[in-house]
Design a protein around this ligand. Structure first.
Ligand code: GLU
Ligand code: MG
Length: 439
């Protein structure tokens, strides 16, 4: 560890396009900033991932305060000759102390509270992330091989160390299928921390790559012919007694009645959910059948082509088996805001629970290969093929248009339209390159 007297603390929040933005302050002034944070022009929420700002209702005057949540403070200072990575996550707060309607973290907190107060459920989540590592002295190895991991052994070990020091509890760091592709997964955690950890982990894998002279891109499609990088969202619920609420050993797929209703809500609104989980033009280059990234509105047991996959527990002891079972939502990627992604899923699922919707029939095979008539019987549909199609679906979905405050939904759509406009008349390779650099 080297002391840097000019150390900065990054007051950080995540905007609509999933980018962690920051207004850093000198460390010696931090205590004065804890109460009211830093001012931030609301118009900043309309930034695209590039040097453009979408049309927005706010103009040059309207401001919020980005107020640090002290429970999220993280200081990593174990790297030699590198200023500490010191960060605190913020909530966007209005002048009167209330949470701004467009605060993504606030939007997730609201729905988490509803799950708690109305259903007695605590949400657990973790975001499993794929990325592509590159560096001048790095030659990628064969997919999934020891060779591939050892080719990036320093990078892998430093990421794991930093995630551990950050309290993010990594469970695996693995070579994946694509050239230079890797994946990390972390322990599920209760409440808002699932999304908080997703934000921090991403910055850590980028930071460690930077320190090694390399780069990590998490973009869903780094190039048109590259293997996609997914952000698979794992979630489960605990009831008031701390028991796993998705599990029922006597039901199909061992999914409880409640879990079935939740799944039905998610599948009903899947096109609208994608507006928040797969929200960029490049997201749709990834979401094609036969790529294990989800091409259909499918619910399935273990099925890697399913949009909502049931991941059963490896535990054989029946009394503990429920702890491992979780849902994995696969058509999500890093261009999404993790708070809004999880919130959208929870809103859709809540509808399923409230209306006691009949669970969708599980599809436990390659959906694209199912006959037309069987697809029809099962209600299988391709997911939207572009962001444009997704936004059209969202605008038609009255319920989904009310998941979040109007100010959020409308300004969010405006940013997404700006991203579509930037990619219009551009070939896929150029669009992929822009997103590869931004993410
Ligand atoms: N790379 C795939 C995706 O885009 C996921 C592969 C897997 O880990 O199952 O989601
Ligand atoms: Mg993977």
């Amino acid at each position: 560890m080297t002391e840097f007297p000019g150390d900065l603390v990054m007051l950080t929040w995540t905007d609509y396009v999933g980018i962690a933005r920051s207004r850093p302050v000198p460390r010696n002034t931090l205590s004065d900033r804890m109460k009211y944070g830093q001012g931030w022009a609301k118009a900043g929420q309309a930034l695209t991932p590039f040097e453009d700002i979408a049309e927005n209702p706010w103009g040059p005057v309207a401001e919020v305060r980005q107020v640090p949540d002290p429970t999220t403070e993280l200081r990593l200072d174990h790297w030699a000759d590198t200023p500490a990575f010191h960060l605190i996550l913020c909530d966007s707060i209005n002048q009167d102390g209330s949470v701004w309607d467009c605060c993504a973290r606030g939007a997730l907190k609201k729905i988490l509270d509803i799950y708690q107060s109305e259903l007695g459920l605590t949400v657990q989540s973790t975001f499993e992330q794929e990325l592509v590592y590159s560096a001048a002295d790095f030659t990628p190895g064969t997919p999934f091989s020891v060779n591939a991991l050892r080719a990036a052994a320093h990078y892998a070990a430093q990421v794991t160390e930093a995630l551990n020091l950050a309290g993010i509890e990594p469970l695996a760091f693995e070579p994946e299928y694509g050239v230079g592709q890797m994946e990390y997964s972390c322990k599920p955690v209760k409440g808002i921390s699932g999304a908080d950890r997703a934000v921090i982990a991403r910055e850590i894998v980028r930071e460690v790559a930077r320190l090694s002279g390399g780069k990590a891109t998490l973009s869903p499609k780094p190039a048109p012919d590259a293997v996609g990088n997914g952000t698979h969202i794992h979630l489960s619920f605990l009831d008031n007694r701390g028991k796993p609420a998705l599990y029922d050993k006597d039901r199909e797929g061992e999914v409880s009645e409640l879990g079935g209703h939740f799944a039905a809500g998610v599948i009903r609104h899947i096109d609208s959910i994608l507006a928040f989980t797969a929200p960029s033009p490049v997201s749709y280059l990834r979401l094609v059948p036969h790529h294990w990234a989800a091409g259909y509105n499918v619910y399935g047991l273990q099925n890697r082509e399913a949009a909502l996959r049931i991941c059963p527990s490896p535990e054989r002891n029946i009394s503990k088996r429920g702890n491992g079972l979780n849902f994995e939502f696969r058509p999500a990627d890093v261009t999404a805001n993790p708070y809004l992604s999880l919130a959208a899923l929870l809103h859709a699922g809540l509808e399923g629970i409230r209306e006691k919707l009949e669970p969708p029939e599980m599809v436990n095979s390659e959906p694209d290969d199912i006959s037309k008539s069987e697809k029809k019987r099962l209600g299988l549909k391709r997911l939207p093929r572009s962001l444009d199609e997704t936004l059209t679906a969202l605008k038609k979905d009255k319920k989904a248009m009310n998941w979040f405050p109007v100010e959020l939904t409308e300004s969010y759509i405006s940013v997404k339209l700006a991203e579509i406009a930037l990619a219009t008349d551009e070939d896929d390779a150029a669009t992929c390159e822009r997103y590869r650099n931004a993410y």
